[in-house]
Ligand binder design. Structure first.
Ligand SMILES: Nc1ncnc2c1ncn2[C@@H]1O[C@H](COP(=O)(O)OP(=O)(O)OP(=O)(O)O)[C@@H](O)[C@H]1O
Ligand SMILES: [Mg+2]
Length: 255
């Protein structure tokens, strides 16, 4: 059986080869001893340390070839030293085991990108600022048969929890508005169209802008299996049934 198209092992080398801007990334193996103990994770520390060096040192962003821990960065996706890296790796493996339906072939150790943002959210209430998730300048494009079918601001207002600013709702709207404007101005469509020419069929492509205005293609997945803003006419009906309106935010009540 070949590797799933949703795996980074499928799409990432293609992007790199095409010269598309991507975060520096190294893949490291996970020695899962599946015969004896599914939970025994043998992470080769030396290999991981070398990978960290290759992507420019700490901090690094960690994910598997399928998933990250974007809502709890300190649990699985942001590491500033060896101990955190090991913890993140173990958490991602555990998370994969619990989901059960998602694949796992390798860990991806990636250069940390400072995504431009006005506020952060998620993470543990006691987490230091830099471990909370930047709700940043990011877009999700849907490409089909060589064309851009639609594009959406990546973050879902209705999903935001534990924002670090009281006025986060208006900061969210500003981030969304400015992201749309900036991506348009910098013609990010052209970059995405190059990808569309190469990747036939239906795909989602996530692009982020860093604090210096550089763009990175962060993630891809098969279109049908990607979260799609339910209000979009191209989104399958099931999105609205499962997730509801992406902009709906429950009013806070005084408890
Ligand atoms: N190299 C990086 N440096 C800093 N932040 C990153 C980096 N890569 C990803 N992120 C942040 O984490 C989020 C999730 O990353 P990624 O898309 O790799 O994981 P995922 O679990 O596949 O997400 P999705 O649910 O969108 O498929 C990104 O949208 C971005 O905000
Ligand atoms: Mg993904």
């Amino acid at each position: 059986m070949g590797v799933s198209k949703n795996s980074m092992l499928y799409w990432f080398p293609k992007l790199e080869e095409m010269g598309i801007p991507v975060p520096k990334t190294e893949f490291t193996h996970i020695g899962l001893d599946t015969k004896n103990d599914m939970w025994a994770v043998d992470i080769d520390k030396k290999e991981m340390k070398e990978a960290v060096e290759k992507v420019g040192g700490y901090p690094v962003f960690l994910r598997t070839d399928h998933i990250s821990s974007k809502h709890e960065m300190s649990m699985g996706s942001r590491a500033t030293g060896d101990d955190e890296l090991r913890h993140c790796a173990e958490h991602l493996v555990e998370k994969t085991m619990m989901i059960m339906t998602v694949g796992l072939n390798v860990l991806a150790i990636r250069e940390w990108i400072e995504i431009n943002h006005y506020y952060r959210a998620f993470g543990f209430p006691h987490a230091r600022d830099e471990y909370k998730t930047p709700i940043g300048f990011e877009m999700r494009y849907f490409i089909r048969d060589g064309e851009i079918e639609c594009k959406h601001f990546y973050w879902v207002k209705g999903s935001i929890r534990r924002a670090d600013r009281d006025n986060w709702k208006s900061l969210h709207d500003t981030t969304k508005r400015e992201t749309l404007r900036q991506f348009e101005k910098d013609d990010v469509d052209s970059l995405v169209l190059k990808i569309a020419e190469e990747f036939k069929g239906y795909w989602s492509v996530d692009v982020a802008m860093d604090v210096d205005g550089n763009y990175y293609v962060i993630d891809m997945a098969e279109g049908e299996e990607s979260y799609h803003k339910p209000e979009c006419e191209n989104a399958p009906d099931v999105m609205m049934r499962i997730y509801g309106n992406s902009e709906y935010v429950e009013e806070e009540t005084d408890e």
